[in-house]
Design a binder for this molecule. Structure first.
Ligand SMILES: Cc1ncc(COP(=O)(O)O)c(C=O)c1O
Length: 400
């Protein structure tokens, strides 16, 4: 029998087929190599594994449950809709799964400071939480547009003791925040670690973040079997950089289960109006890795837009590019309007307020469910929507 997929990919240089790798200046390459060596060491270490298990259970509150969305299933009259409740993970999203791992690694490497970027603020809150837990310094770079939109998360980061660095360049959103965090890291390589917020960046981050997020897939597979006696027919998740999607996909990748990544179509398919990188992009290198990206007329990242700050990124993790290129995953798009409608459907229909990011995956499930009677769809509900409520109510009212 072939080795399980997760043991085969990436290769030792961080490639998933032609995607991934490490395209960075020599000094960052050296720092990445050190992280890679340290990660390989501790990933096999029983103390590290035991420590992470303890944290997941007692600090994060894992396992998160799977919930059968009985009201929406009935209303849409087709496939059964199930939700993996990452919104119930401590800090309200899946991001803490990799942040606690990254911070534990930083501690092991003797680093004093965590540097990160954030879009929706969920990764920022999670990394600030991990820093507080381990007694590390923390600096989070965030675009000014997102600071205004995701105010509650900015307040949370500051209460947790993190320094929030406003980014004023370009579109002042996630891509510029990554640029700014990289620059800060370059100036402090010895003392700090760049705790990347998704399955993106140079090797070993796409692998490491996926491995830390794989707990979502491991739990989901076991829970779904226990709950229903079978595997889901379709597993779906929203894709920004792709960490929550890779997390849940990891549990089903060797099974014959359809895996669908949902990208943000924003206001439409014209370049600049969306951030659906896999759907409309082409091969290119950005932020140190080769993947599929949205480009302007030259080879530069194009401006992108989504109502969901956490999905507003002009590329996608290299593993998603690979899995899509070999046909193992599918990709779908959901517009702002459809995501907002799903936000209110889940809130009023089941009593769960989802993050706008996660609402994209919920919208996809609601869209396909009516035609799929007898099938089961598992949605990764990557986060809760408390951070979004001021913005939503101001722009869209109460959804009546
Ligand atoms: C709740 C939530 N879901 C999804 C995402 C998108 O990130 P990823 O594609 O890495 O899961 C974010 C990013 O901030 C988020 O906050």
């Amino acid at each position: 029998m072939d080795k399980p997929y997760l043991k085969q990919f990436p290769d030792e240089n961080g490639f998933f087929g032609k995607f991934g790798g490490s395209f960075v200046p020599e000094n960052i390459k050296k720092a990445m190599d050190e992280i890679n060596v340290a990660y390989d060491l501790i990933a096999q270490n029983s103390d590290f594994i035991a420590e992470l298990r303890k944290i997941r259970k007692h600090f994060q509150g894992r396992p998160t449950p799977i919930y059968f969305a009985h009201n929406l299933t009935k209303k849409y009259g087709g496939a059964g809709i199930y939700l993996k409740r990452e919104d119930l993970n401590h800090t309200g999203a899946h991001k803490l799964n990799h942040c606690m791992g990254e911070a534990l690694l930083a501690k092991f490497m003797g680093k004093k400071k965590l540097i990160a970027e954030t879009g929706a603020g969920q990764h920022g809150v999670a990394i600030a939480t991990a820093a507080a837990y381990f007694g590390l310094e923390c600096e989070v770079h965030m675009g000014e547009v997102d600071i205004a939109k995701e105010h509650p998360n900015v307040v949370r980061m500051k209460i947790l003791g993190a320094k929030v660095v406003p980014v004023t360049k370009g579109a002042k959103t996630l891509k510029e925040a990554v640029d700014s965090a990289f620059e800060a890291y370059l100036n402090d390589l010895d003392n700090s670690i760049y705790a990347i917020g998704s399955v993106v960046g140079p090797h070993p981050f796409p692998k490491m973040v996926r491995d830390f997020q794989a707990i979502v897939g491991v739990e989901s597979r076991e829970q779904f079997l226990e709950m229903t006696g079978e595997l889901p027919d379709i597993v779906t998740a929203c894709v920004g950089g792709g960490s929550n999607a890779m997390g849940i996909f990891s549990g089903f990748i060797d099974d014959s289960v359809e895996l669908v990544g949902v990208e943000p179509l924003g206001r439409g398919s014209k370049l600049g109006e969306h951030a659906a990188s896999l759907s409309y992009g082409s091969e290119g290198i950005m932020h140190g890795f080769n993947s599929i990206m949205l480009k302007d007329k030259g080879e530069n990242p194009a401006p992108v837009y989504s109502v969901a700050s956490g999905l507003d990124y002009p590329s996608v993790g290299p593993e998603h590019a690979y899995l899509h290129s070999i046909g193992r995953t599918k990709v779908a798009t959901i517009s702002d309007e459809e995501a907002i409608a799903a936000f209110f459907e889940l809130s009023k229909g089941e009593g769960i307020i989802p993050a706008i990011e996660s609402s994209h995956a919920v919208a996809y499930a609601l869209k396909i469910a009516p035609e799929l009677k007898g099938k089961k769809i598992l949605v990764n509900l990557s986060g809760r929507g408390d951070k979004d409520i001021d913005f939503i109510v101001e722009k869209f009212g109460y959804g009546e």
